[in-house]
Write a protein that binds this ligand. Structure first.
Ligand code: ADP
Ligand code: ADP
Ligand code: ZN
Length: 213
């Protein structure tokens, strides 16, 4: 099964993708996580991506598409995957479709998580991320068992550089201008499912598993 998670930054894509990945034994492919891992490891790709990420704008397609296609060509993606944060604009979606078509393949479902902008800012301010394993928490909604420490791997949690209020506003603008058109794109393909992302985390998950089954 090949699944795309759509939604604004902070809509809960990563949170749900991680749960879907565990339940269905599919790899969670997050372009944001790949970029952050590269930044942490000081790679050339990381250096290039960081400037864009810190401003809250998209990393250029040529860079992003290449790392995404490399990732989904790996052995563990053979039986499917969950894309979180890709595609983020129409050209990325078109390249993905074209590459899959060459393999006689396609995306099965695009899940759009709807959360109004007002709630997004609150979610992002309280988000804490693990730089080691990519798990995300929220200081009020989804607190870790031990403050500042990842439940899954024991590493320290951080406030992401791009989760500051000004950058979040930029990212929301980018979302509305460039990413939201994908909702029509996947509706026209007949594979869009809309989920109310303001529900409790486990209720969102139940809605999604009902769609997938
Ligand atoms: P969030 O989960 O909050 O939406 P991400 O981790 O997906 O954030 O993305 C963080 C940043 O990484 C984005 O603001 C953007 O700069 C960059 N990025 C991630 N995925 C893509 C993509 N598909 N295309 C271009 N830039 C991307
Ligand atoms: P995205 O990957 O779409 O950027 P995340 O999964 O990182 O979003 O979630 C953004 C923030 O909101 C995190 O701090 C997360 O813990 C929290 N969160 C996720 N799902 C919910 C939910 N259903 N209700 C409240 N907070 C949530
Ligand atoms: Zn962790």
């Amino acid at each position: 099964m090949k699944i795309i998670m759509l939604g604004a930054p902070g809509a809960g894509k990563g949170t749900q993708a991680q749960m879907i990945a565990e339940k269905y034994h599919l790899p969670h492919v997050s372009t944001g996580d790949i970029f952050r891992a590269n930044i942490k490891n000081g790679t050339e790709l990381g250096r290039e991506a960081k400037g864009y990420m810190d401003r809250g704008v998209l990393v250029p397609d040529e860079l992003t598409v290449r790392i995404l296609l490399d990732r989904v060509a790996q052995e563990d993606c053979k039986n499917g995957y969950i894309l979180d944060g890709f595609p983020r604009n129409i050209p990325q979606a078109e390249v993905l479709d074209k590459e899959l078509e060459k393999l006689g393949d396609k995306i099965d479902v695009a899940i759009d998580m709807e959360v109004p902008d007002e709630s997004i800012i609150k979610r992002m301010m309280g988000r804490r991320a693990c730089t080691a394993c990519g798990a995300t928490y929220h200081i009020e909604n989804v607190p870790p068992k031990k403050e500042g420490i990842c439940d899954k791997c024991g590493e320290a949690l951080i406030l992401r550089d791009d989760d500051k209020e000004e950058t979040v506003k930029n990212r929301l603008n980018v979302y509305h201008e460039q990413t939201q058109p994908l909702i029509d794109f996947y509706t026209e393909k007949g594979i869009l499912k809309t989920v109310d992302g303001t529900q409790d985390m486990m209720d969102v998950f139940k809605t999604i598993t009902d769609i997938l089954e």
